[in-house]
Design a protein around this ligand. Structure first.
Ligand code: C2E
Ligand code: MG
Ligand code: MG
Length: 605
């Protein structure tokens, strides 16, 4: 040690001023303390590589006690992973520059090979002759392991342990390359669970996570060892098949769907049916890029979902046209709100006894700069699917409230503004709060707003639906069941709902004079409404005969082309004003009013 300390310049204190210079004994003690306490393994050898001394860290890293290794060659530690040329080069550098550093694989006493960052320095005596070498090394295995783990996390999904999008994309790249070189065909199967959101929303994320791991296991067991399965996102999985045929891929897709159609049992004992749909694209036939293949499989998946779910579809280029227009529509819709392209039209709600207008239904239209006025049926389904309906619906609500407030302030005797609410909007957790907000901001009393909710939206019969309805009632608004008769409401269920009005669907009204069954249904709905103390309004009244029959059956409110089509704001104002003009009232019919409007160009159709 004496030699080592006195020749290794780095440990000799250099200070010439300041505190008193320590004596040789202090220096030796300090150096020994460093030698013994450092975390790095230190080994001192003579010039022929025979170990002279090691520190405690060396023993804990390699497993060799000082007594076992001192006197032995450093080769004892060699792992065999580096060849002779490596060591020759290493020693050459040490003897030339007195220093070498690099990563090296060593072998512990228990045989385990581990990576180390090794630094070798030569020690010279006063004459400049090399007397010893000092090797200090850090065990890199923990760092390497965590790097590997990080690498694993970067490429795998934490919940299911499946490869993620990144790894999938790399695998797809390789598979496409192999097909290019070797020929053959591969497939991308895009699997999406049908009712996952329902589980997540109703049973919570914990149950959702558990379900996803069960789904993963089931998918795995339905696949061959070599088939690649990845989690693409939420409840979307991708199977990548190499060397397949259309027939084999169809069979596999059907098998996957069937296996996910079986019930799942959660640890809580809950039995769940979710089902799945799939879309398939083939390579290299359908595309040569991973992104497009996935997009095509997604397009096919959308077709499978539209076809009623629990089925699969193959991509065909015809689908692209449909998907493209859907995508384009979606992109345009995104901007429509900020560009102020939506407008509300208003259709009068009329008292069937005297044709008096007591309110309006607000109906949205999209004034698209190129295509012109687009009716709601063409864009609302896409908005519903993408969730854009939530901000759009909020805009409608806000506008309708503001308009009603303005009309009432102007003295128009209107009591009801009906606003349509979509399913997604209704189920949004902030919905009731946003209604309260719209009323507060516009200063309109809640009783003048009637929210129209379709039978389908209300059908869930769960506690959340009832809670939302009660929260809405608490804001003072009125609730109407829209398109009544087209869903499957049970009477017992209807009785529990805090609704104020039923709107008889147009389909029954249209046939009321020609189809006895429709007439019977209409009478039954009117009777039902009366028993439940609900108001009832008939939609789609187009002629006087229908109005009379409805009125005679006890229906007091109506809406339809007989009175007026939906019209822009100015037209609605005029309609509401005219109908209160005693002269017009004398002239009588709404048809006259409609004529006036046509002359003024205020009719929407
Ligand atoms: P809805 O709520 O049942 O509205 C009545 C629809 O019937 C309106 O179509 C109206 O123009 C039409 N209509 C009224 N009277 C007659 C008639 O005598 N004959 C015929 N053939 N049709 C009549 P519109 O405006 O195209 O709206 C269609 C549907 O779009 C609405 O059905 C409603 O479900 C939805 N919708 C409209 N605006 C909104 C909105 O702001 N938000 C939401 N979520 N949905 C809306
Ligand atoms: Mg409606
Ligand atoms: Mg309706």
């Amino acid at each position: 040690m004496e030699n080592l300390i006195s020749t290794a310049g780095s440990v000799r204190p250099q200070a010439t001023c300041g505190p008193e210079r320590p004596n040789a004994e202090t220096v030796v003690n300090l150096a020994t303390a460093v030698f013994n306490s450092t975390q790095e393994a230190i080994v001192v050898t003579d010039t022929s590589g025979i170990v002279v001394a090691v520190n405690p860290a060396f023993t804990s890293i390699t497993g060799y006690a000082a007594l076992e290794i001192v006197g032995k060659s450093m080769r004892t530690l060699q792992s065999g992973r580096q060849n002779r040329a490596f060591y020759r080069d290493m020693w050459h550098r040490v003897s030339q520059s007195g220093y070498w550093q690099g990563e090296i694989w060593n072998r512990r006493k228990n045989g385990e090979v581990y990576p180390a960052l090794l630094t070798i320095s030569s020690v010279r005596n006063r004459e400049g002759r090399i007397t010893h070498f000092i090797g200090s090394s850090a065990d890199l295995s923990r760092i390497k392991k965590s790097e590997l783990k990080l690498d694993h996390f970067a490429h795998h999904d934490e919940l299911t342990g499946l490869p993620n999008r990144r790894l999938l994309s790399a695998k797809l790249d390789q598979a496409l390359e192999r097909v290019r070189v070797n020929g053959g065909m591969g497939a991308v199967v895009f699997v999406d669970l049908d009712r996952f959101k329902l589980v997540n929303d109703s049973l919570g994320h914990g149950a959702g996570d558990e379900l996803l791991t069960l789904v993963t296991q089931r998918l795995r067991s339905a696949l061959r060892m070599n088939d690649f399965l990845a989690r693409f996102g939420g409840d979307e999985f991708i199977v990548l098949l190499e060397h397949t045929t259309e027939e084999a891929t169809r069979i596999l897709a059907a098998r996957l769907i069937a296996s996910l159609g079986e019930p799942f049992v959660l640890s809580s004992g809950e039995e769940i049916y979710i089902g799945a749909s799939a879309g398939i694209s083939f390579f290299p036939h359908d595309s040569g890029t991973p992104e497009q293949l996935l997009q095509h499989a997604d397009t096919a998946l959308y077709q499978a979902k539209s076809a009623g779910k629990s089925t699969y579809r193959l991509y065909s280029s015809d689908l692209t046209a449909v998907a493209n227009s859907r995508l384009a529509l979606n992109a345009q819709l995104r901007h429509a709100l900020s560009r102020n392209e939506f407008v509300l039209h208003f259709q009068p709600l009329v008292s069937l006894a005297d044709k008096r207008i007591f309110g309006f239904e607000a109906l949205i239209r999209w004034q698209e700069p190129v295509r012109g006025m687009i009716p709601p049926a063409e864009f609302l389904p896409v908005a519903e699917e993408t969730g854009l309906i939530v901000p759009i619906g909020q805009w409608v609500l806000q506008q309708a409230c503001a308009q009603m407030k303005a009309w009432r302030d102007q003295g128009l005797a209107l009591t009801s503004m009906a606003v349509n609410i979509s399913a997604r909007q209704f189920h949004h957790p902030d919905f009731a709060a946003s209604v309260a907000n719209a009323l507060q901001q516009t200063g309109l009393a809640g009783e003048h707003i009637e929210l129209e909710i379709t039978e389908g939206t209300l059908m869930g019969n769960d506690r959340a639906t009832l809670a939302t309805l009660h929260a809405l009632k608490a804001t003072g608004v009125r609730l109407a069941v829209d398109d009544f008769g087209t869903g499957y409401s049970s009477l017992a269920y209807l009785k529990k709902l805090p609704v104020d009005k039923l709107k008889i669907d147009r389909s029954f009204v249209t046939d009321i004079a020609t189809d006895p069954a429709s007439a019977a249904i209409v009478r039954a709905i009117i009777g039902l409404a009366r028993c439940l103390h609900l108001e009832v309004l008939a939609e789609g009244i187009q002629n006087e005969r229908q109005r009379e029959m409805l009125f005679e059956s006890g229906c007091e409110q109506g809406q339809g082309y007989l009175f007026a089509r939906p019209v822009p704001r100015e037209g609605a104002h005029e309609l509401a004003g005219l109908i209160h003009d005693p002269l017009t009232a004398l002239r009588g019919s709404g048809i006259q009013i409609l004529r006036n409007l046509r002359m003024n160009g205020l009719d929407s159709k």
